[in-house]
Unconditional design. Sequence first.
Length: 409
Amino acid sequence: MIRVKFLGKHKRVRNMLVALAMFICTNICLGAFDIKFDIKGESVFQNSKKTIDQLKKSAEQGNAKAQYDLGEIYCEGKGVKQDYKEAFNWFKKSAEQGYTEAQCGLGVMYVNGYGVKQDYKEAFNLFKKAAEQGVAEAQYNLGVMYDKGKGAKQDYKEAFNWYKKSAKQGFAPAQYNLGVMYAKGEGVKQDYKKAINWFKKAAEQGFAEAQYNLGVMYRDGKGVKQDYKEAINWLKKSAEQGVAPAQYNLGVMYRDGKGVKQDYKEAFNWFKKSAEQGFAPAQCNLGTMYLNGQGVKQNYKEAFNLFKKAAEQRLALAQNNLGTIYLNGLGIKQDYKEAFNLFKKAAEQGLALAQCNLGAMYANGYGVKQDYKEALNLFKKSAEQGNAKAQYNLGVMYHEGKGVKQDYK
């Protein structure tokens, strides 16, 4: 950061270039993950031509279950070449006979446009038919349609009701989504304790996203007494299943020594796993570890590459950190204009650290024409968010009368 430093009570003030300290917010907000429409089959097949031929013969004779099973085989490519059109045709034959699993499966085909033109309304109708007959997967999918406003007007209360019906049957994705609705207060009064209850039911079935949210709630003490060790337990279960935000948050816990002995190498490893999945906060934190040589040998070029990847995803802190790399010429050629542009992008997203740095660029005329008024404005914005360095710089501006009338008070 470029800051203005007092040399003594009555002495002149001069501008001084110093390296920027980099921080990352350790919190990831709770929220529903993208909801998947799953076709759940009950049958187990030996993938042999003989078995498939026998099943096809039965299906052609009008056996609804065989038609459904054959549709599942073609849909998933079990022992045959995957063929969505053939799968659609067999699901349709079975569904027309009232076979509920096929109605649900056919709905999934319409949702995704597999073997047929995408049609949310048709999918909605099929899910509803199966859901009203008590099929848990269909109840869940119908809840998703209401939740997302697909094929019907968005209705959180209706989504909540269908998730609850499915969740009571023990369907883990529905239990998870029900927990999300309680946590966010969508379709129901916000209730963290009930959210915890449903996340736990899904998590105990191994549902990775529920394990992640449960870990976050234990970490933050939402709906439950704060417990870092329990948070570590659930975050680790989720992280081991490959959930990138869980891997990231587990890395934060190891880095900060919360619920576990501080371990930069372990933090580095989890950040790396998450970053490799393209998770921007993890890329940013991994870059910081390379920058500072924490858990890994210091490497400015690697830090630059990681900050760049995260910055390209519009992560404000990464944009700020990349700007700092350009500002100080760490592993690359020093470039004030590029630093200015990156600070500006981050500042426009409201990042206090970047607002302070952008203000310093204006104050010193680095990468932009010197402009004390603009610097003052940015320091104010940053200072109002509690940034101590911006508050200090703002005081200096008033002391020196830069961009504002001199005011020692």
